[in-house]
Design a protein around this ligand. Structure first.
Ligand code: SAH
Ligand code: SF4
Ligand code: F3S
Length: 472
């Protein structure tokens, strides 16, 4: 982002801070959706805290209420509207400021709906104007007017915003914004705009800084991470070369060299862009986790075609084979949509077939939700809800069966675990994750937090494993 713009926002941060001085104001934030939204929320938190608000988890006591919304599936709307009802009461009691941002605000007609049904909302901002939050908030406080700051054009890549991270060990770093793929079920390209990558040096500086602060695990984020810099390369946009980074694979290799970082993950890659150089980089880079998230969406070539995924069932399976051959200890996770328009029983069987063959470490399963404005919504032969649910249950049963078998295979093995902290349910126990992102619970001590240690797995419990530290 242009320096002049960031300076302008820093000025507004200072102005709001002065207004708030001595008032001990608090803020509450609700984040819906994916890790990109969570990363955006960390920036909103960074700005809010610099403006003199401190974070609380009880919305009823908040002076500033922020909703960072998602619209990938329909149910998010009901959730937001329910929360807005509650927020209205809080506003009546303490004159709180209510701000809504994120993907849902970029949807057609949504702003109008908020104006009509929830006129008490003070600030509405979109995905391209997140960085204007201090200015928007200042205007809302100072003019007492309702403010709307949503742009349809792609925002510039934002650099230099304050950020307040949720975790001390693991950090997310957004490397690109937007998506150009237009999968026919998906609303993301309409609400997040076109693909644009951050400059390599900005990413590397951010990760070097995280390493200095003691962070151990970095997740590189983007809707389509493995096409990092593709658009820029095609358009001939000449970013300042940094350590030879000119693709996702070269970025992985450079991040792998950053001292202090122990683990690198990335989500989400697209199978169609999974080039050999990326496979080789995963193989060669010791810090890059061997769990790869490879969204399948459907196992049927016909459904994949109407989803506009641009790969077939065989191409997906061949890619998996190639990865398994080239990357020792590879594990895979995936996303699957059940009940997309036109999905027949036979198509669904193809999905089950791929799941059986690949044997994923984890499967994120979704029932198809029609999104207004996407080609999928206009397709005929939508699958009835009852069938969608039946198929979902069958897929879930298969996945759980596979995970149970897989979990048993962990018993007796020694796993490298990055220790994250104490267990949520039992303060005496510690928790961490394997390279394959499995949660492991064990008896430990505080000094182990942030270290990668060897743990022998003793038992399995569907969503986590229990283990014991291997001494020596
Ligand atoms: N860009 C990423 C993730 C996008 S959203 C990718 O391509 O993998 C995360 C997941 O939500 C998607 O992978 C998909 O499985 C699911 N999803 C997206 N749109 C959906 C819809 N309309 N209904 C149900 N699930 C959807
Ligand atoms: Fe949506 Fe497809 Fe883009 Fe992922 S790649 S965000 S599923 S359009
Ligand atoms: Fe949702 Fe937006 Fe992410 S629609 S899934 S929060 S990019």
């Amino acid at each position: 982002m242009k320096k002049i713009e960031i300076n302008r926002q820093l000025e507004y941060i200072e102005r709001v801070r002065q207004i708030n001085e001595g008032k001990n104001y608090t803020y509450y934030i609700l984040t819906m959706g994916c890790q990109l939204n969570e990363n955006d929320s960390e920036k909103l938190c960074g700005m809010a805290e610099k403006m003199g608000y401190s974070k609380i988890s009880d919305m009823n006591k908040a002076d500033l209420i922020i909703f960072n919304t998602c619209c990938i599936r329909e149910n998010a709307e009901d959730r937001l509207f329910g929360k807005l009802g509650e927020a209205k009461k809080v506003k009546e009691n303490r004159n709180s400021i209510i701000a809504i941002g994120g993907c849902m605000m970029q949807e057609k007609n949504m702003i109008q709906k908020i104006h009509e049904s929830y006129p008490f909302v003070d600030v509405i901002f979109g995905t391209h104007t997140l960085h204007n939050f201090p200015e928007d908030l200042y205007m809302a406080i100072n003019t007492n007017k309702k403010l709307e700051d949503v742009l349809d054009i792609d925002g510039e890549v934002i650099e230099g915003l304050p950020i307040k991270r949720e975790d001390k060990i693991k950090a997310s770093v957004t490397i690109m914004n937007g998506c150009n793929n237009f999968c026919s079920y998906c609303i993301v390209p309409y609400v997040r705009g076109r693909e644009r990558s951050r400059e390599p040096k900005d990413i590397i500086y951010e990760i070097q800084d995280l390493a200095k602060q003691g962070y151990k695990e970095i997740t590189l984020l983007g809707q389509n991470v493995n096409s990092y810099l593709r658009v820029e390369n095609e358009k001939g946009i000449d970013y300042e070369r940094y350590n030879g980074i000119n693709s996702f694979a070269t970025l992985l290799r450079v991040v792998n060299e950053i001292d202090g970082i122990e683990r690198i993950r990335f989500i989400s890659p697209h199978p169609k862009d999974f080039t050999d150089d990326v496979i080789e980089a995963i193989r060669d880079c010791d810090k890059v986790c061997k769990l790869v998230h490879l969204p399948l969406q459907s196992g049927s070539t016909d459904v994949l075609k109407s989803m506009n995924r641009r790969y077939t069932k065989d191409q997906y399976l061949n890619l998996v084979d190639k990865m398994k051959k080239n990357i020792p200890n590879l594990t895979l996770s995936t996303d699957i949509i059940v009940g997309f328009a036109g999905e027949t029983d036979k198509d669904f069987e193809d999905t089950l077939d791929v799941v059986r063959k690949v044997n994923f470490e984890q499967v994120y399963m979704f029932i198809y939700s029609r999104r207004n404005g996407t080609p999928g919504d206009k397709m005929e032969n939508q699958v009835p809800d009852k069938i969608k649910h039946e198929r979902f249950d069958r897929l879930k049963a298969l996945v759980e069966e596979q995970i149970e078998v897989k979990n048993k295979e962990y018993i007796g093995t020694i796993q490298k675990v990055l220790v994250e902290g104490t267990s949520k349910n039992n303060e005496k126990l510690y928790t961490g994750r394997t390279d394959s992102n499995k949660v492991v619970i064990f008896e430990g001590n505080e000094e182990l937090i942030g270290k990668v240690i060897d743990i022998k797995i003793i038992s399995e419990h569907m969503w986590y494993l229990k283990g014991a530290i291997v001494n020596g």
